[in-house]
Design a protein around this ligand. Sequence first.
Ligand SMILES: CC(C)(COP(=O)(O)OP(=O)(O)OC[C@H]1O[C@@H](n2cnc3c(N)ncnc32)[C@H](O)[C@@H]1OP(=O)(O)O)[C@@H](O)C(=O)NCCC(=O)NCCS
Length: 186
Amino acid sequence: MKSPPEFPTLETTRLSLEWIIEAHASELCDLFSDPELHRFVPLEVPTLEQQMERCKRWAKGQSPDGKELWLNWAARDKNSGKIVGHFQAGVKDDGIASIGYVVARDFQRKGLALEALQAVFYFLHKDLAVREVKAWSDTRNQASHQLAQKLGMTKVDQIKDADFFKGATSDEFVFSKVLAPGGAEQ
Ligand SMILES: CC(C)(COP(=O)(O)OP(=O)(O)OC[C@H]1O[C@@H](n2cnc3c(N)ncnc32)[C@H](O)[C@@H]1OP(=O)(O)O)[C@@H](O)C(=O)NCCC(=O)NCCS
């Protein structure tokens, strides 16, 4: 297992992807205060205390058992100075990463998730030798599926009754992208 990366901030044209630390808790609480963002995931709007706990956990860069890298970035819009998104990746020793993504509703449909995740894919491939990126997404979550496809991911599986939350069963699609060996993922 590789060591947690040294708090890398990733820069894109419009965003700074800041490595999340405890000091991000309040701004992230604002971002996550919109219940619509959690419609297709088993999460609720967090309290500030809960978000502080999460940030503390995320800042360590790895799972408590040390078996997985946990990478979490808060996306700051360079123009407004606001935190407008959260991007995460879990990386296992077998070179397979899973990703998660959220963009504030006021900033959606501007290509920001695409821009951020292209930078994340590049980092995962170049710095952490990740060979495959996967995403699990509720089958009702159209925006997420379209985004995965724009990122060059393909649907490789469907899991029936993957979860149950908010009063309904959740089926999931699994998306995957194999990163070119030795090549630069852009
Ligand atoms: C999924 C999400 C992160 C997309 O963020 P975004 O910044 O709006 O995405 P982008 O603007 O980069 O869009 C990239 C492509 O995804 C697709 N897309 C994004 N939002 C869409 C929507 N609401 N409906 C259909 N397609 C959509 C489009 O193909 C888009 O490209 P286009 O605008 O050139 O057609 C955002 O909708 C979100 O935060 N949703 C709630 C959280 C969530 O469900 N996360 C996924 C959990 S698995």
